[in-house]
Write a protein that binds this ligand. Sequence first.
Ligand code: TRP
Length: 447
Amino acid sequence: MSNGIEQREQWGSRMGFIFAAAGSAVGLGNIWKFPYMVGANGGGAFVVIYLAIVFTIGVSVMLAEFAIGRNAGLNAVGSFKKIKGGAWPLVGWMGVIAGFLILSFYGVVAGWTLAYMVKSFTGLIAIAAEGKAGDAFGAFVSNPTQVILWQAIFMLMTIWIVYKGIGSGIEQYCKWMMPGLFLILLILIVRSVTLEGAGKGLEFYLKPDFSKVHGGVFLAALGQGFFSLSLGMGCMITYGSYLSKKEVLPSAAVTVSFLDTCVAFLAGLVIFPAVFAFGVEPGAGPGLTFITLPSVFAKMPGGMIWSALFFFLLFLAAITSAISLLEVCVAYFKDELGWSRPKATWILGLVIFLLGVPSALSLGGHIPQVAGKDFLDAVDFVSSNVLLPLGGIFISLFVGWVWLDGAEKEITNNGTIPFGFMTAWVWICRIVAPVAIAYIFFSGLKW
Ligand code: TRP
């Protein structure tokens, strides 16, 4: 607008905001990482630990981010500047950098999900039926044109949605993509648990095995919870900045965390019953998703359809997260440097795409390794194991010690709504969260 006092964009409805924030949280992390971690770390015992961590530390840090963002009504850097200044905006800065880095490799893997959706109909299943899903995946990720093309397509879609803005872009798309994701998940669960022999998978997934629970398991649960809830980089600060002053923050944080945890848990009900029903060895991470599962689909009647549906599910989860990562960067350039949304979206989207190219090429060995890690894993390590935990520690300390009065007012909408867990929340932010996250940080520093 010409007078320079442009009205800041806002979410159109509470539901729209919840879907957008849950869309950010529900991502690749939920579907390929959580189920495997449960299976490998004590089944039901891990689920209980994860729930305890998410609904204490996770929800608290998310609430802290919402409060900071809504109070300032600005991007991650601007929010800290406006509320306190000093060195605090550096926390937002780390977040913006983490946004660039995470989206650069996230876009690569998300591109694979699109490719596999199409490949489901064009020969993937036949190849997998011959037991060659592993070779096919290897050939795909070492084909530079293919991986970069799919990465580019995915990034273009991400840019398009963010370019359309908060209400008519992110909110509109998340409002149908998130229910779509739930629907597909339910269809796939029904298919999977009704397979003959599904029970063995359920047992692997959920049977509590306390002998596997040791210190490392708490660590794994905390790290996973943090990444899964999109915490530590100002994503929820940015999304919170578009919230109306009337919204109730604590219930929003609980709802978003609950939805995220549901999807993670339900993904395991799709994967393990099917894997065990066909007697395939479950792998981990990308291997489980792109090699084990196509082999499983190949053994099912109508395998092509199930495979395409599953990769569509992954794609939906990935894109609603990718837009939140891009929005963190766009909001910063818009608020702080005065760029227009279209300019910020296209330029930053392009930069992030280019930044992702080395990651895209790294799995085929086209890029030298960085100190023994593939480029993609190295970028993942720096952002997830260094920047996010540091961000989380400082965000908790900030609300717990530096800006407590303001945060309390923000959370209670200026004292007009009660919040029964205030004391617990304050001490989690002051002590429990920083100490717990510092612990993950130092143990996670092993390259
Ligand atoms: N939470 C997403 C997932 O589970 C990824 C993600 C999106 C994220 N935005 C984030 C992670 C911000 C950390 C910070 O895949």
